[in-house]
Design a protein around this ligand. Structure first.
Ligand code: UD1
Ligand code: PEP
Length: 412
């Protein structure tokens, strides 16, 4: 891409990756038809579809609609090569054991952003009377009856909260999740499950209550907009001193980012379902950004924001509290002229006047997006390699950016 082009125009944000993936896993539960609207065409979504098909579902992806028929025979085994394609394959553990009483899976894959154990998932499912044995890299789950119980999470893990919800929807009795994650995608999963006849309440607060039901029915549902994709485009506009309007967004989901962009000197206007960012000046440094569980600043926007702050006036400090190795991309930003020092979970960013284009490598999804943002603002040509990471979370990233004025091409 050739940097320093102004962006101008409107983009509609599609459904959220982190909603559609657990919801696709949940389609196993109703033994019938699920129609999902506004689904993004992402590498992870295709991986999840492949797993559902392997298990015996019929799946069609037409336009932005995914139609899953899970009435057919459902296998109970997910091969290792499918499990490894992404982190979200772990959602199949709760859904599959709930549907089949047994599941044989292995450890999930995903971006290299630090240590990502699944101990909380395993511990919680065991509390629900699911017997879990680990051997030779496989995880064997079995339960005659899943039994509702009280679970208190040590960490408000998004994935563990969702896996418990999936496993307990049809359990005997009531399950309570204390210290649950509060991310909007968890509320979306609750709404989806309730639309198919489940009895889940409390998502969005730190206590979720799931009253087991005997059966579920067919469902049609629209996925919430992707707050991380929306945030990425807002930061891209800020980086290039541009003006863009995003539609199909939920402003409340982006409060922590909007507040930090305001602090950095950007004017943002919001309406019922749009956000507009207008900028014609260099960003101001931000004393402190700390990534935290929702409603705190999302770890999934940390890299993109650091990219922006690399050209800010002054010195910023970014602290990553969720993952233990999510600053790898900063080495690539430094190759573009950024002045960033990382010590463990803290990055100190001394703003430089401008970045310069060069060849850089995407090592993970959001780090890759951060490098594209850097390239859009940099002088000269930037080449971002290994963009398959970016395809995990951004539909038509290059096309969308080009449609609002970026000089960017995908090379085959
Ligand atoms: C598909 C999806 O929704 N992915 C999101 C989800 O990932 P994911 O669900 O993997 O993230 P978690 O909320 O579970 O992870 C938070 C922290 O808990 C730790 N942990 C988690 C589970 C466990 O069993 N043991 C344990 O120690 C993790 O290592 C991490 O340090 O939430 C993250 C945090 O908002 C986001 O960055 C990811 O985009
Ligand atoms: C880390 C992310 O996703 P996942 O949990 O799917 O790896 C992300 O979306 O930034």
């Amino acid at each position: 891409m050739v940097g320093e082009n102004k962006l101008k125009g409107e983009l509609r944000i599609k459904g959220a990756k982190n909603s559609v993936l657990p919801i696709l896993a949940a389609t196993l539960l109703n033994k019938g038809i699920s129609i999902l609207h506004d689904c993004p065409a992402l590498k992870d979504v295709y991986s999840m579809i492949e797993i559902l098909k392997h298990l015996g579902c019929t799946v069609k992806f037409i336009g932005s609609d995914i139609i899953v028929d899970s009435s057919g025979i459902i296998d109970n085994h997910i091969p290792d090569e499918l499990m490894r394609t992404m982190r979200s394959s772990i959602f199949l553990m709760g859904a599959l054991v709930s549907r089949n009483n047994t599941a044989v899976i292995s450890f999930p894959g995903g971006c290299d952003i630090g240590h990502r154990p699944i101990d909380l998932h395993l511990k919680s499912l065991r509390k629900l009377s699911i017997m879990i044995k680990e051997s030779y890299g496989y995880i064997n789950c079995e339960s005659k009856r899943i039994k509702g119980c009280d679970i208190h999470l040590d960490i408000p893990s998004v994935g563990a909260t969702e896996n418990i919800m999936l496993a307990s929807v049809m359990a005997d009795g009531i399950t309570t999740i204390g210290n649950a994650a509060k991310e909007p995608e968890i509320e979306d999963l609750q709404k989806f499950l309730n639309s198919m006849g489940a009895k889940v309440s409390g998502a969005g607060s730190n206590t979720i209550v799931i009253e087991g039901v005997k059966s579920l029915h067919d469902v049609e549902y629209k996925i919430i907009p992707d707050r991380i994709v929306a945030g990425t485009y807002l930061i891209a506009a800020a980086m290039t001193s541009s003006e863009i309007v995003l539609t199909n967004v939920i402003k409340n989901h982006l409060e922590s980012l909007i507040s930090k962009l305001n602090e950095s000197g950007f004017a943002i206007k919001t309406g019922n379902d749009y956000i507009k960012l207008f900028s014609n000046k260099r960003p101001k440094a931000i004393d402190m950004i700390i990534t935290l569980p929702y409603p705190g600043f999302p770890t999934d926007l940390q890299a993109q924001m650091t990219s922006l702050l690399s050209i800010a006036e002054g010195t910023s400090i970014v602290t990553e509290t969720i993952f233990d190795n999510r600053f790898k991309y900063t080495e690539e930003l430094v190759r573009m002229g950024a002045d960033i020092k990382v010590d463990g979970r803290i990055a100190v960013i001394k703003g430089v006047k401008n970045l310069t284009g060069t060849s850089v490598v995407a090592r993970d999804l959001r780090g890759g997006a951060a490098l594209v943002i850097a390239g859009l603002g940099a002088s000269g040509i930037t080449i971002v390699e290994d963009i398959e990471h970016i395809n995990r979370g951004y539909e038509n990233f290059d096309e969308n950016l080009r449609s609002i004025g970026a000089n960017i091409e995908k090379m085959m």
